[in-house]
Design a protein around this ligand. Structure first.
Ligand code: FES
Length: 109
């Protein structure tokens, strides 16, 4: 099934090694530029709601700015409690003409 992608940010505003928080359809999403590849996770930390897009990137991981839990940027897997209930949802990303596009997830959770 083909997803619908929506423009959310300019690639020039997200240099390698940086992240940012954006909103798509009233949902917070964290964008990451990991060595030139763009990834998107849910922006809300499953521990207590910290904004992952404002966390610090350490290799393939992002560290939540509130209490330091770490999540894999490519998979959303929680490093502290690697079980599905603590993982962060991932979003599909495309980059075209310098614009980052993200596909919203189906709301079934
Ligand atoms: S809110 Fe993210 S580690 Fe606590």
């Amino acid at each position: 099934m083909t997803s619908n992608f929506y423009p959310v940010a300019k690639i020039e505003d997200l240099p390698p090694g940086t992240s940012q928080s954006i909103e798509l359809q009233d949902h917070g999403i964290a964008l990451f530029n990991l060595e030139g590849e763009i990834y998107a996770l849910d922006n809300t930390c499953p521990h207590a709601g910290g904004p992952l897009g404002e966390g610090s990137m350490k290799g393939d991981l992002v560290e939540c700015p509130w209490h330091g839990w770490k999540f894999h940027i490519k998979t959303g897997v929680c490093q502290k409690h690697p079980s599905p209930s603590w993982n962060v949802p991932c979003y599909e990303v495309q980059v075209a003409d310098g614009i980052i596009h993200v596909a919203p997830r189906d709301r079934e959770e």
